[in-house]
Design a protein around this ligand. Sequence first.
Ligand code: ADP
Length: 193
Amino acid sequence: MRLVLLGPPGAGKGTQAKRIEERYSAVQLSTGDMLRAAVAAKTPVGLKAQPIMEGGGLVPDEIVVGIIAERLEEPDAAQGFILDGFPRTVGQAKALDAMLSEKGIALDAVLELTVNEDELVKRMETRVAETRAAGGTVRADDNPDAFRKRLVAYREQTAPLSDYYRGTGLLKTVDGMRSIDEVSTAVNAALDG
Ligand code: ADP
């Protein structure tokens, strides 16, 4: 299974990616997780990405495209992958197309989780409260200001990807506002169907 997951911040991409990973033996590749690891390790990429991420903006295409190109070379990605948080711009989508066609492979599907934006802010606040209660570290960009900017970045730069992939016939849409299990059932139906 070679899959792209689309959906705004807080839509539940990460949660569903974990479930798809188990069911379809494909590895979850989250650019957000990779960038946060680079920030924590203070690599040159991490140092450049940190202020952008904290402000809720998008890291430049060439950085994330480079990270994904390297990651797709790892042996585990040959079994299949779930791209979570990439591509996020039409430029990234075109770079991905080029990368895959060079490898002689193609995406099986693009799955979009649709949500109600008002609900997303509540979900983010709940995630922050739960993380705090569990004694965990809250993401630097999980605050109302940065979250709003992430939503704007999604609307302006990532939402056009629905049309991009609808045009290729790969797009499948699932309502992401239901319970995790209900969304998961709908995701499986969409991917199996
Ligand atoms: P979310 O889906 O909740 O916004 P992510 O973990 O996917 O969270 O991403 C966190 C941040 O990492 C983004 O706001 C952005 O700054 C950066 N980022 C992740 N993936 C990309 C990407 N493909 N292109 C540009 N920036 C990215």
